[in-house]
Design a protein around this ligand. Structure first.
Ligand code: XUL
Ligand code: CO
Length: 439
C-alpha cells in the first residue's frame, strides 16, 4: 500500500515555544534527564487496538473513523494494509514500541486452526516490519473478552470448554509474543468477574483463574519465554465486578495462590480512578510492594463513570505518575503504553498524531518536573520528619518489634499530654505547583 499519512513527516522536537500541533514541545527523545535519555525513561508504546483497529463506535453510534486501511477487501488483506499503515504511523511518530492483542492484528478464521494460521501470516509481516523500522514489541496479549464464547468469562467461565479454548489462545499468544521478542506479556481479565453472585461459584472461579495463570507460567518456562508477566487491574467494565479489582486486591490474589514471584502489575490510570483511587495511589501501592512493572497511560473524565481511555494531557497527574516511576527506578522492561484513543469526534488521520504528541509531551513535562522535585528532596525531607517519632525511643521499639501492649500501656500512663503537628498539605501542594510552574 502507498503512503497513508500523506503530508506528515517524521515528528520533530521543536521546543516549548512551538505552535506546530505536529511537533513535540517537551518530548525530546535524546535529551538527558538525570543519567538517562527521555526515550529510556519513558519507553512509549502505541496501542494497536485503539489507534489502528478502533473505529469510533460507541453504544449509541456507528463508526466515525473510516480509515484508508479499512476499505473493503478480504479480512486478511485488510489486516495487512492496517499493519503496514501502523508501522508508517509509528515510524513517523518516532515511537520505540507497540503493544497488541492477538485479535487486533489478525482476523478470526472458521475455526481455531484457521485463526492461528491467520496469526502466523500476520506475525511474519510484523517481524519483517519490525526489522525494517527497529520498532519493538513492549507486550503482547490475548483478547479473551470480545467473542461471544467469552460471555461468562474465560479462565473464570462456568464452562470448562471455554477455559480450554482460552488456554489454547493464550498458549498461541505466548508463542507469538516470544517470536516477536516481546519484552512483557499482559493478562487483563476483561470478563474475569461476575454479573451476579446469584449464579456464581466465586471460589471455583478464583481457583480456576489461579490454575490458568500457573499453566501460563509453566508454558512460558517450557518454551523459554523470559518476558515479564503482568496483570492489569481493573475494577469493573465490562463486568459488574472484576476479580483483578485494583493493585491491592491483585497483590492478595498473587500471594494466596503462590504466584507473586512470577507477576508484576500493569497499572492503568483510568482503571485506578474507576476503582476509586488516584493513578498515583495504585502506582505507589505497586511500587512499595515491588510490583510496579508497566503502565497503561491514559486518563478518564471526572464527570463520567466509565473507562473513557482519553489521551493523557493532565500534567499534574503525569508529574505525580513520573514521580512514582522515578522512585521505582524506572519501568524497564515495562514502559508507558498509550492505551488511549482520540475522541469519536476526532476522526481525521492527523488527530492520531496530535493525540499521541500531546500525551508524550505531558509525560515528558511530568518527567522533567518530577526529576527536579526528587532532586530537591523537599517532599522526602518533609515525610521523613513527619515520622521521626519512630526513629528513637518508644517509636523505635515499636518498629524494631521489641515493644508489647504492656510496655506501651506503661509508657502511655506516664506520658504528658500528646502534641501533634500539622500535616501541611497545602504547603506541600504549593511546592508541587512551584515545580510545575517552573517546568
Ligand atoms: C481495557 C484495557 C485493555 C488491556 C489489554 O480496559 O485496558 O485494553 O490493556 O487487554
Ligand atoms: Co489497558
Amino acid at each position: 500500500m502507498s503512503e497513508v499519512f500523506k503530508g506528515i513527516d517524521r515528528i520533530k522536537y521543536e521546543g516549548p515555544d512551538s505552535r506546530n500541533p505536529l511537533a513535540f514541545k517537551h518530548y525530546n527523545a535524546d535529551e538527558l534527564v538525570g543519567d538517562r535519555t527521555m526515550a529510556d525513561h519513558l519507553r512509549f508504546a502505541v496501542a494497536y487496538w485503539h489507534t489502528f483497529t478502533g473505529k469510533g463506535v460507541d453504544p449509541f453510534g456507528a463508526a466515525t473513523m473510516i480509515r484508508p486501511w479499512d476499505q473493503p477487501s478480504n479480512p486478511l488483506d485488510q489486516a495487512k494494509e492496517r499493519m503496514i499503515a501502523a508501522f508508517e504511523f509509528m515510524s513517523k511518530l518516532g515511537v520505540q514500541y507497540f503493544c497488541f492483542h492477538d485479535r487486533d492484528i489478525a482476523p478470526e478464521g472458521e475455526n481455531l486452526r484457521e485463526t492461528n494460521k491467520n496469526l502466523d501470516v500476520m506475525v511474519d509481516l510484523a517481524k519483517q516490519l519490525m526489522e525494517d523500522t527497529g520498532i519493538k514489541l513492549l507486550w503482547g496479549t490475548a483478547n479473551l473478552f470480545n467473542h461471544p464464547r467469552y460471555v461468562h468469562g474465560a479462565a473464570t467461565s462456568c464452562n470448562a470448554d471455554v477455559f480450554a479454548y482460552a488456554a489454547a489462545q493464550v498458549k498461541k499468544a505466548l508463542e507469538i509474543t516470544k517470536e516477536l521478542g516481546g519484552e512483557n506479556y499482559v493478562f487483563w481479565g476483561g470478563r474475569e468477574g461476575y454479573e451476579t453472585l446469584l449464579n456464581t461459584n466465586m471460589q471455583l472461579e478464583l481457583d480456576n483463574f489461579a490454575r490458568f495463570l500457573h499453566m501460563a507460567v509453566d508454558y512460558a518456562k517450557e518454551i523459554g519465554f523470559t518476558g515479564q508477566f503482568l496483570i492489569e487491574p481493573k475494577p469493573k467494565e465490562p463486568t459488574k465486578h472484576q476479580y483483578d479489582f485494583d493493585a491491592a486486591s491483585v497483590h492478595g490474589f498473587l500471594l494466596k495462590y503462590g504466584l507473586e514471584e512470577h507477576f508484576k502489575l500493569n497499572i492503568e490510570a483510568n482503571h485506578a480512578t474507576l476503582a476509586g483511587h488516584t493513578f498515583q495511589h495504585d502506582l505507589h501501592y505497586a511500587r512499595i510492594n515491588g510490583l510496579l512493572g508497566s503502565v497503561d497511560a491514559n486518563q478518564g473524565d471526572l464527570l463520567l463513570g466509565w473507562d473513557t481511555d482519553q489521551m493523557p494531557t493532565d500534567i499534574y497527574t503525569t508529574t505525580l505518575a513520573m514521580y512514582e516511576i522515578l522512585k521505582n527506578g524506572g519501568l524497564q522492561p515495562g514502559g508507558l503504553n498509550f492505551d488511549c484513543k482520540v475522541r469519536r469526534g476526532s476522526f481525521e488521520l492527523d488527530d492520531l498524531f496530535i493525540g499521541h504528541i500531546v500525551g508524550f509531551d505531558a509525560f515528558a513535562y511530568g518527567l522533567k518536573v518530577a526529576h527536579k522535585l526528587l532532586q530537591s528532596g523537599e517532599l522526602e525531607q518533609f515525610v521523613e520528619n513527619r515520622y521521626a517519632s519512630y526513629t528513637s525511643g518508644i517509636g523505635k521499639q515499636i518498629v524494631d518489634g521489641t515493644a508489647d501492649f504492656k510496655q506501651l500501656e506503661a509508657y502511655a500512663l506516664q506520658m504528658p499530654e500528646i502534641t501533634n503537628q500539622s500535616g501541611r498539605q497545602e504547603v506541600l501542594e504549593s511546592i508541587i505547583n512551584r515545580y510545575l510552574l517552573q517546568g
